[in-house]
Design a protein around this ligand. Structure first.
Ligand code: AMP
Ligand code: ZN
Length: 479
């Protein structure tokens, strides 16, 4: 097995991944808060999780990956109360949309996708454990974590604990960085808001305790990897460590990974700034799922990614280049034979690809290895120097890359149709397209170029791309 090295926020170093259970990686990633549709900033982080899990699997690891769905928090409770529905009714639509979005972006489902509301008992038990160790106090029906009692508080974010107003309480799940106080493990119910009757009283869990309880329930006391967006380092992950380590007495996660922001004009894409796009917004503008996936994965996760129209255009053409390359490799006219030099060239690309990803998931370098190979093999095909065994080997390499990249299969139109986009463009069935192409070929044969051009235009207007090949046949695909 190749050594995989990852940047650990906890130690500020790139470290080899050494799982607790050899051959198996147990990881927890913080999932969506389903109070609204996820935006593509969120999906930058979810695509990063997906690259991580696909790469680990491609290297032969078994995975036990848990990603929570936060279906109770301040925002959900407030929105549901405002809408006059219960929280399950409120979140159902967004959970469905999130799962749909995951499929659309080819995000593999984690092994376990637990919902917070289905684990209230585990959270209560964890709070009881902390109370037994005198780490909590009650105030106004809420239960707070006393951070002064946890000497390692601040180790992940390197926050200055001295400057904190210890003993002051904060009720919000998310708060400003300078507003650092003891945080709520359990929140007393407010009039009109959803609550559970439990052994520790009526109320609902704080956001941080949800993740600690679900992570340890499914993965044990010590996880190999815990990951999330960089905005979760403090306070969310700091608080998870305080809860979990105080309760179990063991280190909570060996490696902490954090992905950087997707930016719009220099600012974090976020709901509160209003500078966000959902996947649906981009599909409505005619962008494809594969374009968005490619764009989000193309910049290594620890670098900020500026979201621009130009970036989308480039991503789309990059995906097309890769797909066209594989199409070309599949043409039957390649002569029989095998060339050891070409085989070596392909092997090198495979090694470079894996080495780049093993180096803290450097997707930019991994993609460079793929595009360099495509360029070299395309050049060989231009010279008619590529032979069949090599073409097959190159196809196999591309398929291997695609286990991680997941952009080669041309199913964008189908996905968009399922989601209700592009229906007008996709009116033509394959049989109709074939008939029009036959008619166009016939028109050209009669030298009726006006008619031939009109048909090409009609097909283009219906979102169909034609490619006239050298041997006179016509290939086509949905744009
Ligand atoms: P939330 O649904 O708000 O809990 O966020 C889900 C995930 O998206 C978290 O891991 C966040 O860190 C991440 N996230 C939120 N905004 C951005 C952004 N602009 N760029 C990258 N990740 C983000
Ligand atoms: Zn979390």
């Amino acid at each position: 097995m190749i050594e995989i090295r990852l940047y650990n926020t906890l130690t500020h170093r790139v470290e080899p991944l050494v799982p607790v259970h050899p051959g198996e990686v147990r990881m927890y990633t913080c999932g969506p808060t389903v109070y609204s549709y996820a935006h593509i900033g969120n999906f930058r982080t979810f695509v990063f999780f997906d690259i991580l899990r696909r790469f680990l699997r491609s290297q032969g690891y078994r995975l036990m990956h848990v990603m929570n769905v936060t279906d109770v928090d301040d925002r959900i409770v407030a929105h549901a109360a405002a809408a006059g529905v219960n929280i399950d009714e409120y979140t159902a639509k967004y959970i469905t949309a999130f799962l749909e979005d995951m499929r659309t972006l080819n995000l593999e489902p984690p092994e376990i996708l637990p919902r917070a509301t289905e684990h209230i008992e585990d959270m209560v038990a964890l709070i009881e454990q902390l109370t037994k160790k005198s780490l909590t106090y009650e105030s106004g029906g809420s239960v707070y974590y006393r951070i002064a009692k946890f000497p390692h508080y601040g180790q992940l974010s390197r926050i200055d604990v001295q400057g904190m107003q210890v003993g002051a309480r904060v009720d919000m799940d998310r708060y400003e960085k300078d507003d650092v106080r003891d945080f709520a493990l359990w929140k007393a119910p407010k009039p009109g808001e959803h609550f559970w009757e439990t052994r520790i009283g009526p109320g609902r869990p704080g956001w941080h305790v949800e993740c600690s309880a679900m992570a340890m329930k499914y993965l044990g006391d010590t996880l190999d990897i815990h990951a999330g967006g960089v905005d979760l380092v403090f306070p969310h992950h700091e608080n998870e460590i305080a809860q979990s380590e105080a309760a179990s007495g063991h280190p909570f996660a060996k490696i902490w990974l954090h992905s950087e922001y997707l930016l719009v004009e220099g600012q974090k894409m976020s709901k509160s700034l209003g500078n966000f796009y959902t996947l649906r917004d981009l599909f409505a503008k005619g962008h494809k799922p594969s374009t968005i996936r490619f764009l989000l994965l193309s910049v290594p996760y620890r670098r900020q990614l500026n979201f621009t129209e130009e970036g989308l255009v480039q991503a789309r053409s990059s995906v097309e280049r890769l797909r066209n390359f594989v199409d070309r490799l599949r043409t039957p006219k390649i002569p029989v034979g095998s060339n050891p030099e070409t085989q070596k060239r392909i092997e090198k690309a495979e090694c470079d690809f894996d080495a780049a990803l093993a180096d803290d998931l450097n997707t930019a370098v991994a993609l460079a290895a793929v595009f360099d190979l495509a360029r070299d093999i395309n050049t060989a095909m231009d010279r008619e120097a590529l032979v069949q065994q090599d073409a097959l080997r190159a196809i196999a390499a591309m398929e291997k890359f695609d286990v991680v990249l997941a952009v080669l299969v041309d199913d964008d139109a189908e996905k968009l149709r399922t989601l209700g986009f592009g229906a007008a463009q996709l009116r033509l069935e394959a049989a109709q397209v074939e008939a029009l192409i036959a008619e166009r070929t016939e028109a050209k044969r009669r030298r009726d170029f006006q008619r031939a051009d009109a048909i090409r235009q009609q097909l283009a207007d219906s979102g169909i791309l034609l490619e006239d090949t050298k041997d006179g046949s016509v290939r086509w695909k949905y744009k």
